[in-house]
Design a protein around this ligand. Sequence first.
Ligand SMILES: Nc1ncnc2c1ncn2[C@@H]1O[C@H](COP(=O)(O)OP(=O)(O)O)[C@@H](O)[C@H]1O
Ligand SMILES: [Mg+2]
Length: 321
Amino acid sequence: MRDLLSLQGLSIQTSSDKRSLTADVNISLVEGEALGIVGESGSGKTLTALSILGLLPRGVEVVSGEINFNGENLLSLEPERLREIRGKEISMVYQDPMTALNPVMTVGNQLLEVLDYHNHEVKNPESHVRESLIEVGIPDPERALKSYPHEFSGGMRQRAVIAMSLLLSPKLLIADEPTTALDVTIQRQILSLVSKQRSRRQMSMLWITHDLGVVANLVDRVAVMYAGRIVEVGTTKQIFNSPQHPYTQGLLASLPVASSRSRSRLASIPGVPPKPWLVGQSCSFADRCQFVQIRCRESLPLLDAQGSKSVACFYPIASST
Ligand SMILES: Nc1ncnc2c1ncn2[C@@H]1O[C@H](COP(=O)(O)OP(=O)(O)O)[C@@H](O)[C@H]1O
Ligand SMILES: [Mg+2]
């Protein structure tokens, strides 16, 4: 199957002092597929997502690589074409729903505005908008349409944003930690709602999170990011059952055990990730790795993109399957 989205060798730097923030990121998605990007805070997940939509903050830029979406190179598109794609073919949901909502406009009008912006051909916009709220499980949609965002709970706000992002049936939904600020019960509800919508619409999805546990039942494949690079990619099953990168193994070991009532952390990886621009030609995980060897400090392990599984490690953990 053809890739819907592919990032090839994508590197992002600060514009002024050329600090490397992400390096050589390769990820791809076929139509209908869901990919999780998992990594600690600061590993470059958000910048990677923003670069896809041409929304990098000022002072940060893509310095090499390619982003192809549905046959178009997103990095060389006219701003107008990119605006067309945004919201219509690719939608993005952020951690804070207020990023996407206008506090002084009713939810109903905001949804209608999205349709208008994209010169929709929806026959009955009002009922389309109402349906979209029902689909994301907002009770009493009539009332919700007339409400302002501040009248909603955090979970309801995020549902409204998801409704907004699905309004024009995008091919790809990019979600950047949309459930991180919500409590566990609401988080679970949102994940199940998104899962349902994704399979109903056969939509592709890029789900970004620092919490490996979140993507376990949500995505087909997982890419693990560390200090600005992808260090391991595999099917969700491979990543959870036989992680090969010591960092991935550490992430798994630090997941709270579902059965433990205290939700205590089993283990954590000592130390903190290095700044990506200070890594140089060595493995960025070397200082925290219990299996580190001399070679790991002398050269940079790259992803072996051959088989279905790839890991950027000279001494990967032997597969147990
Ligand atoms: N506007 C910016 N200017 C300079 N550095 C930035 C900017 N935004 C993010 N960074 C840096 O880029 C790195 C990656 O950030 P980010 O993509 O937000 O990580 P994540 O989403 O994985 O937490 C971090 O070191 C962060 O400090
Ligand atoms: Mg982020």
